[in-house]
Design a protein around this ligand. Sequence first.
Ligand code: SAM
Ligand code: SF4
Length: 366
Amino acid sequence: MLAAAPAPRALTAEALGLPPPGEARAQGLFDRYGRSHGYLRISVIEKCNLRCRYCMPEEGVPLLARDELLSFEEIERLATLFVRLGVRKIRMTGGEPLVRRGIDELVARLGRLKALGLQRLAMTSNALLLRQHLPALRAGGLDAVNLSLDTLRPDRFRAITLRDGCEETIAAIRAAAEAGFDKVKVNAVVMAGVNDDEIVDLAREFAREHPIDVRYIEYMPFEGNHWGDALKMFPAASIRGRLEEQLLLSPLGLDETAAMYQAHERDGRAFRGRIGIISSMTEPFCASCNRMRLTADGHFRWCLLDEGEIDLRGPLRAGATDAELSALIEAGLARKRPGHAPTEELLSLQKAAGPSGARSMIRIGG
Ligand code: SAM
Ligand code: SF4
């Protein structure tokens, strides 16, 4: 079975086993369903040095004016507030975080939040510029990197990202594995007929001999990203099927959003890294979602697949106190739904919001 559209499912609190809204009340960042939110993803830039077709609209995204982007001081102020409110893990993303000028300094600033209770600082990157930053990122306190690569073939890399860089990305992933991070993960978005024939190759390339986790992500619909026309989803069940045609997989349970597996070759050789499958569309993990997002222009978002967001930059620049900003964050979190809308509804919500209202993945921060 290839590229079947996910069956629409109603992600109600009841269906997800969550308590009815409002019943759960506790210290920290909790939503109305009792989900604790200890994980913040901060987009540090909307710009990117690649043009992945599944992420960015063909015409590109309008560039933020310089003063629309949060400054390092503003990111640090908000990140500090989130850590005081209970965030224990921060991931920098984008756009491409390594394109942001001075990124090493920002990493060092956020690394210092470990003194306030932050436990883990991570980054998601396309790895193109990674090698030159590795020493500074490690020194600044970066614990882990998720590196995105969907294909091992340079021609395909160009067709997907509209740029060259396949060899450099592969070299950077290998270098990261030697750089002393707690964890290096490779993320591949799988699209039917585009790269689904490389699922096993990617696992063997990175996870067999190296302690690198390879994770496959179901392609998700976003404003202007070719969902349903040029690009089609390859569902999680088919990803697993592809792997099992050649490898033996034993389930290891859930790691955040990914169903994890130990892989073996059929001759018994164990892989050093693990395999993960992220089924955001066909088997959403909303019931255990602990994520919040801060966009590069300072908007707080409580769900990747919900158009709701609250501006924190305006109040921050107008002199809001920490208590006032906390109240805005809590009000946003209170709007978080038990689960994201079914695919058809998502598409019509994005359509209704239009290109200026709905954010493409690159503008939300993946
Ligand atoms: N530029 C960095 C990178 O590519 O890793 C960070 C930002 S990117 C938006 C974060 C992650 O989102 C990447 O792993 C990317 O593959 C994933 N992504 C982008 N568009 C997606 C889509 N439509 N469906 C699923 N994952 C997507
Ligand atoms: Fe850039 Fe990452 Fe989006 Fe690709 S997935 S266009 S690398 S932000």
